[in-house]
Design a protein around this ligand. Structure first.
Ligand SMILES: Nc1ncnc2c1ncn2[C@@H]1O[C@H](COP(=O)(O)OP(=O)(O)OP(=O)(O)O)[C@@H](O)[C@H]1O
Ligand SMILES: [Mg+2]
Length: 242
């Protein structure tokens, strides 16, 4: 059975899709067969982030609605990384169980990463119902953390256990956090009530990669931090490095 991890946040633009894409690439490089589901219906961007938008033929809603079979919607990103793109419109005829139904068709994968949309609406419910574990992404500020808390509370309603939830702090700049009196790491954890999985640094090159779809530099602190998070997901003890 595939392990299903939802990446959610509450607040928009905190780096869910970026993290989902890099985590997928890392897990695939480490030998897992990985499926990325772009569940951000209508506003999906994983095809662009992964540089495969010109190869998108079908979307995951086409599979759910029976317009194509499971193979015809998969976009091959690398040998072991596949994407199910999101449609560019919001179909009315999908239910809260759609992603759960969908993941059931791809149990031969080792890992399914579900990139949720921002907000605590039906999309979060749909993704939460399908996942075994959830990672909430927040930046180190009050608003973002408050929204991650709200999303965690909502996910709990749909069956995700608190013990299966983790927090990732993205775009962290230690100096800025201290100088501008932004929340520090402890503050974020205390406020969220969700255990910390890792910290991703601010990386000026990330938005550029989003535009070009270029492969990330393996030596960059961001990519290394994603690697440590992937190891922790796989049960390894990797101390936090700030
Ligand atoms: N660690 C980082 N350093 C610098 N820029 C980043 C970092 N993480 C994400 N970004 C940038 O932040 C912007 C938003 O990222 P992304 O689209 O991944 O967020 P999101 O949470 O998926 O947004 P949405 O809620 O719209 O789905 C992008 O321009 C991305 O390149
Ligand atoms: Mg996104």
């Amino acid at each position: 059975m595939a392990e299903k991890i939802m990446i959610a946040s509450g607040k928009g633009g905190v780096g869910k899709s970026t993290f989902a894409a890099f985590l997928g690439m890392r897990a695939a490089k480490n030998g897992s067969k990985v499926l990325l589901i772009d569940a951000d219906t209508g506003l999906g961007a994983l095809d662009i982030l992964l540089g495969v938008s010109d190869r998108v033929m079908n979307t995951w809603t086409d599979v759910v609605l029976g317009h194509c079979d499971r193979e015809n919607a998969l976009v091959n990103v690398s040998d072991s990384l596949f994407l199910l793109p999101s449609p560019s419109y919001y179909p009315d005829d999908i239910s809260d169980d759609s992603i759960k139904t969908l993941t059931g068709l791809y149990e031969d994968f080792d890992l399914i990463i579900i990139d949720a949309s921002a907000g605590i609406d039906s999309n979060l419910a749909m993704c939460a119902k399908a996942c075994d574990r959830a990672v909430f992404v927040a930046t180190a500020d009050e608003v973002s953390v408050k929204c991650a808390c709200a999303a965690a509370g909502e996910a709990e309603k749909y069956g995700v256990d608190r013990d299966d939830m983790r927090l990732v702090i993205n775009r962290f700049v230690k100096k800025k956090a201290v100088k501008s009196k932004l929340l520090n790491v402890d503050g974020v954890i205390d406020k969220s009530g969700v255990m910390l999985l890792g910290i991703l640094p601010e990386d000026k090159k990330i938005p550029f990669l989003s535009v070009t779809g270029t492969q990330p530099d393996e030596k960059s602190p961001f990519v290394k931090a994603v690697g440590r998070i992937n190891d922790r997901i796989n049960g390894k003890y990797i101390p936090l490095k700030i």
